[in-house]
Design a protein around this ligand. Structure first.
Ligand code: AMP
Ligand code: ZN
Ligand code: ZN
Length: 315
């Protein structure tokens, strides 16, 4: 998002003979927009992405994974406005005040749009993240990612949804792509697509905000009076993805559009090659303990459970 020149008029209003003042400037789309046209532009862009990647249709039952942050609440708002059947799912990770605040904001939003929010608490399933963190030698973020993926999938199936939508935005996707490219990590690169198809116990997962930047999503939330958690999870401090985001944003400032090009040209030019050359080896099986899909004999969550049980730390 760039700096607005004083007195700029909305590009779309101007084309229609109007004189509305612009409140947002999108340099890489060469657009200056008023509030209403920004909201319209944003929703159209999300809908176009849904159609481009054939993510889902109005017949599908969508579960939006909601964190209480701007992206997932914005996504839930847009899907509902576009007429999709989308309910929310929140995992209470038990990270003290952070989880309390984000849960309350998610609940408040669910009431505002009149759609149900399903909630599970990690404390009832395994243990809160701070306890898991102390019981294992894995970084908290990696354990957190494992439990989120697992419970999103399990809950969606149990509740009869056939799509999981997450709020990952362009900054998230470009930062992950940057990290995976720095390491030439083919295993992850070949999976980096905004749609993961349904297979062997995994249901379809989609990222409809993959072409929306973090700033664009914050602006949408602001214009729609969406209240969201404004501080970061205390465990995310020092994560390498934050560094990558900063580097990419510096480049973006000088060369608007770089982030979007980096990501979309990967999808267009590189992803098909990786997909063809590195055919997905199908080592997918079911966990011996819980029966959920897993890439090893025992799934990541059952292994975490074991570590917590073995350690003497309790919540
Ligand atoms: P993060 O992993 O925090 O970058 O979040 C990425 C996406 O995962 C969010 O946009 C949400 O869709 C989903 N998500 C994150 N945290 C939660 C949570 N506690 N409960 C449900 N979904 C979540
Ligand atoms: Zn306008
Ligand atoms: Zn398991």
């Amino acid at each position: 998002m760039g700096k607005l020149k004083k007195g700029s008029r909305c590009t779309i209003c101007k084309a229609k003979g109007g004189k509305e003042k612009a409140v947002v400037f999108l340099p890489h789309h060469r657009l200056a927009l008023c509030k209403n046209h920004y909201i319209q532009w944003f929703e159209k862009r999300v809908e176009k992405t849904i159609k481009e990647f054939r993510m889902f249709s109005k017949k599908d039952r969508i579960l939006v994974a909601v964190s209480g942050g701007k992206d997932s609440l914005t996504l839930w708002n847009v899907l509902t406005k576009l007429g999709y059947e989308a309910d929310g799912f929140y995992i209470d990770l038990g990270i003290d005040q952070y989880s309390e605040d984000s849960k309350n904001l998610s609940l408040k939003f669910s009431e505002k749009i009149g759609r149900p929010l399903h909630i599970i608490s990690l404390n009832n399933e395994i243990a809160p993240i701070p306890v898991i963190d102390k019981s294992t030698n894995k970084p908290a973020c990696s354990a957190c990612g494992t439990v989120k993926r697992y419970f999103m999938n399990k809950q969606a199936k149990e509740l009869g949804y056939n799509i999981i939508a997450t709020g990952h935005n362009l900054d998230d996707e470009a930062a992950v792509l940057f990290g995976n490219t720095l390491h030439w990590d083919i295993k992850y690169l070949k999976k980096q697509y905004p749609v993961l198809k349904e297979e062997g116990g995994f249901i379809r997962k989609v990222k409809p905000l993959c072409k929306i930047t973090e700033k664009e999503s914050a602006m949408y939330a602001f214009f729609n009076n969406i209240e969201y958690i404004e501080y970061e999870c205390p465990f995310s401090e020092g994560a390498s993805s934050i560094e990558y985001k900063e580097i990419l944003s510096k480049i973006e400032e000088k060369h608007p559009g770089t982030k979007l090009q980096f990501y979309t040209n990967f999808l267009k030019n590189m992803y098909p090659i990786l997909k063809e050359h590195y055919e997905q080896e199908s080592n997918l099986r079911t966990c011996k303990i819980c029966g959920e899909p897993s890439f090893s004999e025992i799934c990541g969550v059952c292994r975490l459970k074991r570590s917590v049980e073995k350690s003497s730390i309790h919540s």
